[in-house]
Design a protein around this ligand. Structure first.
Ligand SMILES: Cc1ncc(COP(=O)(O)O)c(C=O)c1O
Length: 388
């Protein structure tokens, strides 16, 4: 009989955290107060300036398709943002507005990856990126990384793992799940190494802007021959609006335009009009207040996890995650997360969702909830560890 389900679906991993989410919904339905530290989006609403701009546009009723690459004025504004924030000039023609970073990476892979070609990525990393590669018939070679390189790939690892099949390498800095950044020097070496090898470099910069006590460097600082993936989801607080952007090297502009037209026609029109307000002064001031709040949350969580006996060999400087080693308490962080939810109503994400390297000793804590909530969470965690 003909197979009805595509074979590739069996190669796409699903998230273990979904089981935790399912169970936490049940517990909440029973009246338990679950504290969510597994969620990859902050508890802040979209800044009102952005919401207002979206509503203003919606009320005109002119919600038609935009050009596939996005509203020209939004692409110009993104280019201006690169000039202001990074002192880098990017031609707006190279900027594609996409349905989130997810759409951006899919578009980048769509124009650059052939079936059977391989991409190098860190383990641990954000799993959807490698699933996109699988979807397009490519393969991922994950390379174990640890605290010594701030959980980031190094140029030496890229060089050593490069084979005749390898098409390129992906770096996500700040990283999900570790919140750590690659150093500017290492990023430059990675970009140059991939360039010398004739491959494609993909830089997932979705957590740029959410960086504490340092600055994140864009791969564009070192080459125009890179794909940069970014989004309005995290820093700009627009997860549900589904809007992001991709910057492509010149030679990919035409192909990206063609592919974008075909796979999604255009990004949501009202989201694009809303995003026009993302770079105005009031919005950026509000985002800065939120960044400061997140920095305080990071410090609170970091100090408390260390106090409780978790190991965090490198203090994360970005995103809103802490990837903590729990080997003092368990050899099975997934079971630990299930038991923690069941007995203490605290939800965190097990390492196994981000790869296999030392994953059973790791838990990702997201500081996407208030210090008050995290205070209660830390008490629950303390009692759980001490079997209280
Ligand atoms: C590293 C990384 N890249 C990409 C994405 C996709 O984000 P979006 O499609 O919402 O822009 C996420 C979402 O959590 C992420 O953590």
């Amino acid at each position: 009989m003909r197979e009805r389900l595509a074979r590739r679906t069996s190669e796409i991993s699903s998230f273990y955290v979904m089981e935790l989410l399912r169970r936490s919904k049940e517990l909440e339905a029973q009246g338990r107060n679950v504290i969510h530290m597994e969620i990859g989006e902050p508890d802040f609403p979209t800044p009102f300036t952005i919401v207002e701009a979206g509503i203003r546009h919606l009320s005109t009723g002119a919600v038609k398709y935009t050009p596939a690459a996005g509203l020209p004025e939004l692409r110009e504004q993104i280019a201006a943002f690169y000039r202001q924030r990074y002192q880098i000039t990017v031609d707006a023609q190279r900027i594609f507005v996409t349905p989130g970073a997810s759409g951006a990476f899919l578009l980048a892979l769509g124009v650059s990856l052939n079936p059977k070609e391989e991409l190098l990525m860190a383990d641990p990393c954000y799993p959807c990126n490698s699933n996109f590669v699988t979807l397009l018939g490519g393969t991922t070679r994950t390379i174990a990384v640890d605290a010594n390189s701030h959980y980031q790939l190094t140029a030496t690892q890229i060089q050593e793992n490069w084979s005749s099949q390898t098409k390129g390498a992906l770096i996500a800095s700040p990283s999900n799940p570790t919140g750590t950044l690659i150093s500017p020097d290492e990023l430059k070496r990675c970009v140059n190494t991939v360039d010398d090898l004739g491959g494609c470099f993909y830089s997932d910069e979705i957590y740029h802007g959410l960086v504490y006590g340092t600055d994140a460097t864009t791969a564009l600082a070192y080459s125009n021959n890179v794909f940069v993936i970014n989004s309005f989801s995290k820093y700009f607080g627009m997860t549900g609006w589904r809007i992001g952007w991709l910057i492509v090297p010149d030679e990919f502009i035409e192909a990206a335009e063609k592919l974008a037209q075909n796979i999604y026609i255009a990004t949501s029109t009202q989201s694009q009009y809303a995003a026009l307000a993302a770079f105005n002064e009031d919005t950026l001031a509000e985002l800065e207040r939120r960044r400061m709040e997140l920095a305080g949350r990071r410090d609170f969580l970091y100090d408390n996890l260390l106090r409780l006996g978790f190991e965090i060999p490198v203090k994360p400087e970005g995103a809103f995650y802490i990837y903590a080693n729990c080997k003092k308490f368990t050899n099975d962080s997934y079971q630990f997360a299930l038991d923690l939810l069941e007995t203490k109503a605290l939800a965190v994400t097990p390492g196994i969702d981000f790869g296999s390297h030392d994953a059973r000793h790791m838990l990702r804590f997201a500081y996407t909830t208030s210090v008050d909530n995290m205070n209660i969470a830390m008490q629950r965690l303390g009692h759980f560890i001490n079997k209280g």
